[in-house]
Design a protein around this ligand. Structure first.
Ligand code: PGA
Length: 255
């Protein structure tokens, strides 16, 4: 109903896949495949492929993002990348709070919040990921958990900055498992997230915020998922590595 108030965004999350050479090949296939997109198209690549991605996509409708960012501006943080470093390259988007970062790299709601703020303050657009694991779903706490993750991630984010923020609802049990949430499950949680945004920022901001679904979204199930009223596109892992599949998902979100 309010879908025309916000942008549908299909973002690829390449994770730890593709060398820069392989990235160049994939982008060469993607450019013609998504050139007529009616939605925003983003590819989030490993840090090592960002320069290649930015050069290749110049003058196209593909936007480039990173998969993580550190919260400090600079300093003794061996191996980390700051928001300013990304902005200086020309990177536009960044993902924060992906469940793999939370699970394998000890990220917490608090550090997700700090990374989100640092990225927004540097001028990046941020895709913040939230989502429950299987135990939490079975315990019936999905909505409470996602509400909490969302509220903590957004601490200190202003209503104006919400124009540069996307939320990706990614149930952990659906990521990389081939087990997708049903369209109704995705809709239910995306609507609950929009309700939290309305409580925090008012209905106008909530209606204008893009909320994606992510977790085994593919060329077959994308159409039903993105047709739901509160699902404004997707964050795509595995299927983003195949140009044809990614283009099919982009086309579904363009309708
Ligand atoms: P998947 O990953 O599409 O491979 O399940 C989604 C994600 O982790 O963002």
């Amino acid at each position: 109903m309010n879908k025309n108030l916000r942008k549908a965004v299909i973002a690829g999350n390449w994770k730890m896949n593709k060398t820069a050479t392989q990235a160049a090949q994939l982008i060469d296939e993607l450019i013609p495949a998504v050139k007529d997109a009616g939605c925003e198209v983003v590819i989030c690549t490993p840090f090592t492929s960002l320069v290649t991605a930015l050069e290749k996509t110049k003058g196209t409708n593909i936007h480039v993002g990173a998969e993580n960012v550190h919260f400090e501006a600079s300093g003794a943080y061996t191996g980390e990348i700051s928001a300013d470093m990304l902005v200086d390259l020309g990177v536009e988007y960044v993902i924060t709070g992906h469940s793999e970062r939370r699970q394998y790299f000890a990220e917490t709601d608090e550090t997700v919040n700090k990374r989100t703020l640092a990225a927004l303050n540097a001028g990046l657009k941020v895709i913040v990921c939230v989502g429950e694991n299987l135990t939490q779903r079975e315990q019936g706490v999905t909505e409470e958990l996602v509400r909490m993750q969302t509220k903590i991630a957004l601490q200190g984010v202003t209503a104006e900055q919400m124009a540069n923020l996307i939320i990706a609802y990614e149930p952990v049990w659906a990521i990389g498992t081939g087990r997708t949430a049903t369209a109704d499950q995705a809709q239910e949680v995306c609507a609950a997230i929009r309700k939290v945004l309305a409580e925090l920022y008012g209905q106008a901001v909530a209606d204008a915020t893009t909320i994606q679904y992510g977790g085994s979204m593919n060329a077959k199930n994308c159409e039903e998922l993105v047709s739901k009223p509160d699902v404004d596109g997707g964050l795509i892992g595995g299927a983003a590595l195949k140009a044809g599949d990614f283009a099919t998902i982009v086309a579904a979100a363009s309708k």
